[in-house]
Design a protein around this ligand. Structure first.
Ligand code: MLT
Length: 211
């Protein structure tokens, strides 16, 4: 049976009976639902994995929301797409029988940006997040409560797409709303490195171990 729920996606169930969080994998511009599938078991073996493809096409490159230029987002579209994705996660939880209150977002680049937008516009959507090469998606109009939500930010010191100040601003924004932010800097550009995975995995084991 093929279920769509509004997003082309992959669902990979984890170990039966496991109480591990479900990982929501969100790819970068030009990626798809298969891109990050191998990252799920690397970060958290045995966890369910849900991996939707972005519904927006930028000249054929899938994304989660529209942009007007590199790093300049179409905020109206971002807000609408953020709610659409959050609703998809809720529908998928009902369809596949996972706990919607125990989802960790794992996003890279454009996927990290929609994940943090979801944290800011739908607080409670995630039990935590691993945001790799993220930037500030938007500044919310109303304060949100992210008290204690663990968030890992994996930035690249030589990232040509995300200025260093922008990542620091994102950390400040999330911390300002109470999230427990771990900001790490890799000696890297926009592409992910092995160290990103090793570091995010260690952070996640620590977060889950201390729950
Ligand atoms: C974005 O558009 O979300 C960011 O610029 C990252 C990218 O996808 O290039």
């Amino acid at each position: 049976m093929t279920v769509d729920l509004g997003f082309v996606h992959r669902w990979v169930p984890g170990e039966a009976g496991s109480e591990l969080p479900t990982l929501l994998l969100l790819h970068g511009t030009g990626g798809n639902e298969s891109d990050l599938l191998s990252l799920g078991p690397m970060l958290l073996p045995g966890a369910n994995v849900l991996s939707p493809r972005g519904n927006v096409s930028e000249n054929g490159a899938p994304r989660y929301f529209r942009r007007l230029a590199e790093g300049v987002f179409d905020i109206e579209d971002l807000i609408a797409r953020t709610h659409e994705l959050a609703d998809f996660v809720g529908a998928a939880a009902r369809q596949y029988g996972f706990d919607a209150a125990n989802v960790i977002a794992v996003g890279y680049s454009n996927g990290a940006n929609i994940a943090s937008s979801m944290m800011l516009l739908r607080p409670g959507a995630f039990a935590g997040g691993i945001l790799l090469r993220p930037m500030v998606p938007l500044e919310p109009e109303a304060a949100v409560d992210l008290t204690g939500t663990p968030v890992y930010l994996g930035a690249g010191r030589m990232d040509p797409i995300v200025p260093v100040d922008n990542v620091s601003r994102l950390a400040e924004l999330l911390e300002g709303y109470g999230a427990s932010v771990t900001l790490t800097w890799q000696p890297a550009g926009h592409n992910l490195t092995r160290e990103d995975v090793v570091s995010a995995k260690a952070w996640l084991s620590n977060v889950i171990g201390s729950e």
